[in-house]
Design a protein around this ligand. Structure first.
Ligand code: ATP
Ligand code: MG
Length: 404
């Protein structure tokens, strides 16, 4: 029986998950920083554009009211011409567009009326973005005789800059996701190759001495008929070795699935294990509605699954308690196998971690049992396995769902 450690082994996987949070945290800080910095730039350029339009308005106001300073007018016209980024529309006292700059779409319209209508629409749009600036018209006696309005919106540059960080971050995020998917895919493919390759090699290596052992046992059985009891025991060990080889060979290839009676298979495994574990552990197998339930499974591999889970259950109960295995048909036609124990339970935050390779709380554990089990159930049988429920110091139920 394995002694338990206080804390699980720090595996490659738990390190990787904290690394993931660090990367995510840094990415969030960089994104937030980039957005804040760009917003600051946008604000500054916005203020500058506002000042430019104010200057433009003052120029217009001056031009409209003072006609007697030709040199000054020249300077001011320069200012008006200098605005070649900010889209502006000047309207007369009746709100009709009189003059515009930096609206290329309007330049393309030949028909005057259509262009006017277009500009009026533009004005509506501009009003949602920026307040218009009013130009006051005064006569020679400084009497106000009308108003003009200057409507304007952010320059294209500013608009671009506003959205730039979002576009940039989205592109980086998409690129990151693609890299992650490729990396994940190649990691899974590599894991598959390692599992399959190692299993194949093990089966292959065991094969040769095993065939010779089988032959030797046969030979001794016939040569020393009076020692029969010894050879029966020896035969059992050879059978077990043969089964192990068969499991590895099935993991290393595409396993054949056949319709099997689940109850019989599970009972067989339980009978085998019962002899090898403490008598203080009781094991029961039940089937609902009856023992006839069949589903398509690979015998040696599924026996391995049951063995792994039951062995874990025995470890979790430290040699004393009850294991109940229930086989039942569930509503969608699938078959559920629930394996419950009265052991120490699994903490809520470890429920999915127990399936990761390398996760173990046992002194002599490899943390491979459940990883292999999950692989057999999901990859080789198209089923599912999960911890159905678990309560600390009360017990745990693992559920396997299989296609019938
Ligand atoms: N029934 C259970 N009750 C409580 N904890 C469990 C149970 N089954 C599994 N665990 C926890 O999950 C961990 C991983 O189990 P897994 O079978 O993968 O590895 P292991 O038993 O530690 O080592 P081994 O590779 O020898 O099987 C165990 O170390 C244990 O902490
Ligand atoms: Mg185990």
């Amino acid at each position: 029986m394995s002694a338990y450690r206080e804390e699980p082994t720090i595996s490659l996987y738990s390190n990787r998950s904290s690394f993931k949070w660090v990367v995510l945290g840094v990415a969030l800080i960089i994104s937030a920083g980039s957005i804040v910095y760009t917003n600051e730039l946008v604000k500054q350029i916005r203020d500058r554009e506002r000042k430019q339009i104010d200057l433009y308005a003052s120029t217009l106001e001056y031009l409209a009211n003072e006609n007697d300073a030709p040199n000054l007018i020249f300077v001011m016209e320069e200012i008006i011409q200098a605005n070649n980024t900010i889209p502006v529309i000047l309207t007369d006292e009746f709100g009709k567009p009189e003059h515009y700059r930096n609206i290329p779409a309007a330049d393309k319209i030949d028909n005057d009326r259509v262009r006017k209508r277009f500009l009026l629409n533009e004005i509506k749009d501009m009003m949602t973005e920026r307040e218009p600036i009013m130009v006051t018209l005064t006569d020679d006696n400084n009497q106000i005789y009308g108003y003009k309005n200057i409507y304007y919106r952010n320059s294209f540059l500013l608009t671009q800059l506003k959205y730039y960080p979002y576009v940039q971050l989205s592109i980086i995020a998409i690129f990151g996701l693609i890299i992650f998917a490729v990396f994940n895919y190649s990691r899974t493919a590599e894991q598959n190759r390692v599992w399959v390759g190692l299993a194949k090699e093990t089966a292959h290596q065991l094969g040769t001495p095993l065939s010779s052992l089988i032959a030797w046992v046969e030979y001794f059985k016939e040569t020393f008929p009076d020692q029969k009891d010894v050879f029966i025991e020896l035969q059992k060990d050879v059978d077990r070795l043969e089964m192990i080889t068969e499991r590895f060979s099935n993991i290393g290839s595409v396993p054949q699935l056949r319709q099997e009676r689940v109850f019989d298979l599970v009972s067989e495994v339980v009978k085998y294990l019962e002899k090898r574990i403490s008598t203080k552990v009781s094991m029961t197998v039940q089937a609902f509605p009856n023992e006839e339930i069949t589903c398509s499974i690979n015998r040696p591999l599924f026996a391995w699954v049951v063995e792994n889970i039951v062995k874990n259950a025995v470890d979790a109960m430290v040699g004393k308690g009850a294991i109940t295995i229930k086989i039942m048909k569930v509503s969608d036609g699938r078959v559920a196998v629930d394996i419950s124990d009265t052991g120490k339970g699994i903490a809520k935050n470890r429920l999915t971690q127990v399936f990761k390779p390398g996760y173990t709380t046992k002194k002599r554990g490899w943390g491979l049992g459940l990883a292999l089990t999950k692989r057999i159930v999901e990859n080789y049988h198209g089923g599912r396995i999960f911890v159905k429920d678990s309560e600390l110091n009360k017990g745990t139920t693992f559920r396997i769902l299989l296609k019938s």
